[in-house]
Design a protein around this ligand. Structure first.
Ligand SMILES: Nc1nc2c(c(=O)[nH]1)N[C@H]1C(S)=C(S)[C@@H](COP(=O)(O)OP(=O)(O)OC[C@H]3O[C@@H](n4cnc5c(=O)[nH]c(N)nc54)[C@H](O)[C@@H]3O)O[C@H]1N2
Ligand SMILES: Nc1nc2c(c(=O)[nH]1)N[C@H]1C(S)=C(S)[C@@H](COP(=O)(O)OP(=O)(O)OC[C@H]3O[C@@H](n4cnc5c(=O)[nH]c(N)nc54)[C@H](O)[C@@H]3O)O[C@H]1N2
Ligand code: SF4
Ligand SMILES: [Mo]
Length: 761
């Protein structure tokens, strides 16, 4: 199976490859931020916007979900290079209006890359593709909503529609959206989390009884050991480096577990401090374990085994708060070091050095992200990380805990608000009691299941609240066909992307206000609320004039879709919601556990922190009412001779499918993205040459060959047998059915590929 990549995408004549960087941030980060921002926003708008970013009276960064410091500790410039890029992308003065869509047919647009599409600017009015149409045309808001109402109303069952959410949506919009979807009659609420930290949410829920992390920013500052596993904070959570720097200055050690030696984990030059701008910066990682891709389960078992052997057990915690210790101890004591070596690619000495860091710390925080969650055994790996934390009592005490670092700025809040295809019964009970209707109880479609349903004709309507489903989802060719099968695809969006041009028989783009913009829905200035990765909830107020007078807020759009679809069914208060979001927050406070007196609490400077029983009182709301030691088999991911294990990751110049630019300067890549990083000895062993252009061909158990053409081979230090290339260009290689057991998260970090020389250059 092959996919015709947009032609433009493959033309990489300008690609330059240099040496990877030795430090992250520093003056270059500041210079790049300012150049991009001023180019797209002008000087005045840049200043007005960036000064409000992450301030108590300002707006929440649209970038990642890293928390803000306490208001008394904020800087004037409380953002990073990538936060500024995220804001610039939204606050740009570029526009795509009617003339643009007249000039560019759908055929033309579908040949463009996501980069080109995104660079054209903000969408200014609702657009439609009518059945058989060759272009997007303007459509009134009323006709757009009526079209949605007609399609949804015409389905045989509400389960024939899927309602996707990307994690930027505010709590208010998310709450209204899930209410509408459930009143319509389905739990088909797939979200980006299904491709992201779902393995975390499932694993943590089983191990500690709640699917969220247990630390605060203070815990990071106070930790004695911080483990950063499968995460590249220098690019994806840059302000985390400031927290790591503070921890280092307080005496912490840092252990990095990553196949790649990521610049951000080596050394950090804090752009907010004079010493960071002038000096060499702070060395961060004390030890880097270059683990083989997918080796973390075996690695954490081996670390657990050594800690047991060395008697590093918090007996009091284990006895009082956990179950399953003996079985787990028996299992990891018997760990086969030969299997561990093959799985991890690490020597026993390397693992002993890491285990000694755990031994010598009385307060350890373990952080992780996509390097852990996007594998077949990801849920088991998350549980193994928990096991090691339980062994030393590293949860529910200062300076210690579990820290999954979330991706999208409000992905955690959306889940709290009920964006979940498998909602807990208590949430549905409270929804019923508050709104007087019985919500559907049957679990709905997640992302992978939604693609299957569209592919197989079991679903006919797709609605996306933000995001870029077509590019973000696995198995691009299958996903694209699934979307083309739909009768109607709808995207609530700020910028143009590939999901708009790979569409159903009819398609709508509904342009929404971004978070940086003033929201005057209902004739009053509205604010919204969001939750970060550490369960802190706070308000966000956009300072800018909207990109176009025709934009509507996500809340307004949801309420209007609801009215057009279910009318006044159950007497739900759509017009009250739209008139004043305070009314939504009042309902949130009555439905969502932990959100009592919501509106008052978000008004406090810095907001409030949601309850987390393991963190707050070492109580574990699992079935067993204890933290659960889980036993998982040790395994080695087998890769056939002549093949490589490919991870698909982010460059420094992108936010998921939004490409800001073509550089990945920490890894030495300039002006191109179609590169595959391979160990120099593997390049030789495979009979390839540096700089050669190859196709990546994925081989999976279904026998289908998936191909992504034309990647340049770049030598890069990493464990033998591993490789890396950027997402989303590599999404055609990830099989739809290759998912994490228990969470259904696509295995984007372990794809078996062969490198096939392309056409002669
Ligand atoms: N600027 C920017 N910020 C972002 C994003 C963005 O695209 N751009 N995306 C946001 C989102 S939605 C998310 S989810 C996060 C993602 O944040 P990350 O998880 O940091 O993102 P990735 O680029 O996928 O990087 C995964 C890291 O895991 C390592 N890795 C891969 N496989 C393995 C493995 O098997 N074991 C171990 N130990 N490590 C492994 C890779 O080398 C890489 O360093 O970032 C968020 N923030
Ligand atoms: N191969 C591979 N695939 C992956 C991953 C990987 O590591 N490897 N990572 C996965 C992960 S972790 C994630 S989270 C998903 C991301 O999946 P998504 O969340 O679906 O993708 P994004 O690229 O973040 O979505 C960008 C689009 O959102 C829209 N948008 C931006 N801001 C707003 C806003 O304020 N409101 C509205 N309504 N729309 C807005 C814009 O139109 C923009 O084009 O991708 C997943 N896919
Ligand atoms: S660390 Fe994340 S949330 Fe903070 S400014 Fe940077 S991108 Fe925005
Ligand atoms: Mo994510």
């Amino acid at each position: 199976m092959s996919r015709r990549a947009p032609q433009q995408d493959i033309d990489e004549a300008h690609l330059e490859v240099g040496a990877p960087a030795e430090a992250a941030a520093g003056p270059k980060a500041v210079a790049i931020t300012m150049k991009l921002a001023v180019e797209q926003m002008g000087v005045r708008r840049t200043a007005a916007t960036l000064l409000k970013l992450n301030q108590a009276d300002g707006f929440d960064c649209q970038g990642c979900a890293w928390p803000d410091p306490d208001p008394s500790h904020r800087h004037t410039a409380e953002f990073c290079e990538n936060g500024a890029k995220a804001v610039t992308e939204e606050a740009t003065l570029r526009r795509v209006g009617r003339a643009f869509f007249e000039a560019h047919s759908l055929a033309d647009l579908s040949d463009r890359t996501d980069y080109w599409l995104g660079q054209q600017g903000r969408i200014t009015e609702p657009m439609i593709v009518r059945a058989g149409g060759t272009h997007y045309e303007p459509v009134s808001w009323d006709e757009a909503f009526a079209t949605i109402g007609r399609h949804l109303g015409g389905l045989d069952s509400p389960d024939q529609a899927a309602f996707y959410t990307s994690g930027k949506t505010s709590n208010e919009a998310a709450f209204a959206y899930q209410l509408f979807v459930r009143a319509f009659g389905t739990n088909n609420l797939p979200d980006c989390s299904n491709m992201c930290h779902e393995s975390t949410s499932v694993g943590l829920a089983e191990s500690i009884g709640i699917g969220k992390g247990s630390v605060s920013l203070e815990d990071i500052h106070d930790a004695e050991l911080i483990v950063v596993a499968g995460q590249n904070p220098g690019t994806n959570h840059p302000r985390m480096l400031s927290a790591l720097e503070t921890a280092k200055r307080n005496g912490a050690k840092i252990l990095a577990i990553n196949p790649l030696r990521e610049a951000g984990l080596v050394r950090f030059r804090n752009p907010q401090k004079a010493r960071g701008l002038a000096g060499r910066g702070t060395a961060l990682a004390d030890l880097h374990l270059p683990v083989r891709i997918n080796g973390d389960l075996a690695l954490f078992q081996a670390i657990g085994s050594l800690l047991l052997e060395w008697g590093c057990v918090d007996r009091d915690f284990v006895d009082r708060h956990t179950v399953g210790f003996e079985d787990w101890a028996t299992h990891v004591k018997a760990v086969d070091w030969d299997v561990v070596r093959r799985a991890t690619g690490l020597s026993r000495e390397q693992i002993e050095a890491a285990a000694a860091m755990f031994r010598d710390s009385s307060a350890t925080v373990t952080c992780w992200a996509m390097g852990i969650t996007q594998h077949r055994n990801a849920v088991a790996t998350v549980k193994e990380i928990c096991n090691v934390a339980f062994l030393q009592g590293n949860i529910g005490k200062p300076g210690a805990g579990l820290c999954p670092v979330r991706g999208h700025s409000n992905v955690q809040g959306d889940r709290t608000m009920g964006i979940w295809e498998r909602p807990p019964a208590v949430f549905l009970d409270r929804l019923r009691d508050e709104f007087g209707f019985e919500p559907p109880r049957e679990h709905g479609l997640d992302t992978v299941a939604a693609i299957r349903a569209l592919r197989d004709g079991h679903a006919q309507v797709f609605i996306g609240m933000g995001g870029n489903f077509v590019s973000a989802a696995p198995d691009t060719e299958v996903t694209e066909q699934a979307m083309r099968n739909a009768d109607l695809t709808v995207h609530v969006s700020t910028k143009l992307n590939r999901s708009h041009v790979v569409h159903g028989r009819e398609a709508l783009i509904l342009p929404a206000l971004g978070r940086s913009e003033r929201d005057r829905t209902g004739g009053r200035l509205q604010r919204v609320t969001v939750e970060d990765s550490m369960s802190a909830v706070h308000a966000s107020h956009g300072p800018l004039e909207p990109a176009s007078p025709h934009l509507r807020s996500e809340v307004d759009i949801v309420c209007s879709i609801a009215e057009a679809t279910i009318g006044d069914r159950y007497g739900l208060p759509w017009s009250d919601f739209r008139a004043d979001y305070t009314e939504i927050r009042r309902r949130i406070s009555r439905v969502v556990p932990g959100c009592e007196a919501y509106d008052e609490k978000v008004d406090r400077p810095g907001g409030f922190v949601l309850p987390h029983p393991p963190r707050d009182s070492r109580t574990f709301p699992t079935k067993e009412e204890r933290a659960v030691f889980a036993v998982s088999p040790t395994e080695v991911l087998q890769v056939p001779e002549g093949r490589l294990l490919l991870q698909t990751l982010r460059s420094h110049d992108q936010f998921n499918t939004t490409i800001y630019g073509l550089d990945d300067r920490y890894r030495g890549i300039h002006q191109g993205r179609r590169v595959v990083f391979v160990h120099p000895d593997d390049i030789a062993a495979l009979g390839l040459r540096v700089d050669q252009v190859v196709d990546l061909v994925s081989e999976w158990e279904d026998g289908v060959e998936r191909r992504a053409p034309a990647f340049r081979v770049v030598p890069y230090d990493q464990p033998r047998g591993c490789a890396a290339a950027y997402y989303p260009e590599t999404n055609p290689l990830v099989p739809l059915d290759s998912v994490a057991e228990g969470s259904n998260c696509p295995t984007s970090k372990s794809v078996i590929v062969r490198l096939e020389p392309g056409q002669p250059e």
